[in-house]
Ligand binder design. Structure first.
Ligand code: HEC
Ligand code: HEC
Length: 187
């Protein structure tokens, strides 16, 4: 009996301490599936997957904060999106995608990497890119440029999924890395 009380107490305490976990579903998957919540929450919006996964893999919303997504999703910014036109034809779609990105942004997520990204931005910085986030840059300090920009099958750190074999699932652990023309990462 005492043991059960302890479990109930711990569960209730967790409920109080997890930020913004509105749905019971989210809470129970967090409670019971530790490996999944180590990364970032996978993409769950089909329109987002399609529109924002056309040129590069669809970055999970939990890789940036809401303010950073709002900045990136401005109409004029999308027209000149890192040198490309990523304009959305339909204003309704832009509004829907922005709402999705903000709802699932790093600061609203209970996934470990998202919390680290939020923490690293200090509540102030609004990065233009995921690869500008200090936490993300720090993780890649030790990789020589010859394996990134000089590697024709990678070209830039932005293409997470060229090295992180499970990036589309929101998993970025170093033991799931396989760098093209190099191989697994064992530092
Ligand atoms: C027409 C092609 C295209 C489309 C469509 C597109 N992007 Fe991009 N995106 C790019 C290019 C090119 C880059 C820069 C890659 C580089 O620097 O090597 C980029 C970079 C980014 C980055 C920064 C990656 C980093 O370096 O951290 C984010 C975030 C991003 N895009 C989000 C989006 C979102 C959200 C959408 C949907 C609204 C979208 N993109 C649609 C081409 C596109
Ligand atoms: C050139 C290949 C490459 C690209 C592209 C790349 N990464 Fe990585 N990433 C690595 C390697 C290698 C490590 C492990 C580095 C180490 O342990 O020193 C790593 C580590 C990480 C880690 C920490 C993993 C851990 O176990 O703690 C995260 C998070 C991460 N990357 C996210 C990203 C994201 C997000 C992107 C895209 C914006 C990205 N990476 C692009 C190769 C890459």
């Amino acid at each position: 009996m005492k043991k059960i009380n302890t479990i109930v107490f711990v569960a209730m305490l967790s409920l109080l301490t997890i930020p913004n976990t509105a749905s019971a579903d989210g809470f129970f998957s967090w409670l019971f599936d530790f490996s999944r919540t180590k990364g970032v929450e996978p993409v769950s919006n089909e329109n987002y997957q399609e529109e924002c996964g056309a040129c590069h893999f669809a970055y999970q919303p939990g890789l940036l904060t809401g303010d950073a997504w709002a900045n990136l999703m401005q109409v004029d910014k999308l027209e000149d999106h890192f040198g490309e036109n990523a304009e959305l034809d339909d204003e309704e779609v832009r509004t829907e995608l922005l709402a999705y990105l903000k709802e699932q942004a790093a600061e609203n997520s209970y996934y470990k990497r998202s919390r680290q990204i939020t923490h690293s931005l200090n509540g102030e910085e609004i990065p233009e890119r995921i690869t500008d986030v200090r936490y993300i840059r720090r993780q890649h300090h030790e990789i020589p440029e010859s394996l990134i920009t000089d590697n024709e099958d990678v070209r830039s750190l932005s293409y997470c999924d060229t090295c992180h074999t499970k990036a589309a699932l929101g998993i970025y652990d170093d033991d799931t890395v396989n760098i093209p023309n190099h191989g697994v990462w064992d530092d």
